[in-house]
Design a binder for this molecule. Sequence first.
Ligand SMILES: O=C[C@H](O)COP(=O)(O)O
Length: 265
Amino acid sequence: MAKATRTPLMAGNWKMNLNHQEAVVLVQKLAWTLSDKRHDYGKVEVVVVPPFTDLRSVQTLVDGDRLSVKYGAQDVSTQDSGAFTGEISAGMLAKLGCSYVVVGHSERRELHAETDEVVNAKAHKAHAADMVPIVCVGEGLSVRQAGEHVAHTLAQLDGSLAGFTAEQVVGLVVAYEPVWAIGTGEVATPEDAQEVCAAIRARVREVHGDAAADGLRILYGGSVKANNVAGIMAKDDVDGALVGGASLQVAEFGGVCRFYDMPVI
Ligand SMILES: O=C[C@H](O)COP(=O)(O)O
């Protein structure tokens, strides 16, 4: 299946920014931007990923105004319910209308010592609750400098996707985020992104077959902005972006969402 058959996905990960009132303002502005008929935003799936505390407000706005924007959560518990103070279950997120859940973001892996096993458990919980996990993988600077970035990322991929069937993998999303490019302004070159995204798809093809590999959407994340998105999106195995800082500015994120109108630099 050619890249053209996979719907591009632009996901804005707000990280720990914006309270619920600010969230409503940003989503309203984003919806206004996406309703601009001069651009064909309809061919892109646009997702915002706010903090947990914003989700109910975003749900009310999206449902009430029938907005085309989807939303998701930044994390999910490995547990269903019970004495797990501070945790949020997949069932709670599904009830709030979340379509996606980011799992294994490098900030969770680094700051909260999340292993591939934990990331895998979270991905399964999200999937079992009918949400799509956005499974994050990617190497740090020292791994990249040692030339081991592909092997490192594929090992994370194998661990994070363990136990998923080919039929399930086809609907998942993997985000390749080289840690050295996150929030640094150091964007990987389109060729860097393609190298690893192609390796991810090849590994999925090897393990799960053609249908899973051809259907799986692979995002690139790391300092993506309106002025660099087109070159990255031009690559065969990149189906979208996981956007951090730029997703907090509507003009930037709107530009990312109309990557097809942007110059390739
Ligand atoms: O989840 C998003 C990534 O960490 C990228 O963040 P960034 O666009 O601010 O570099």
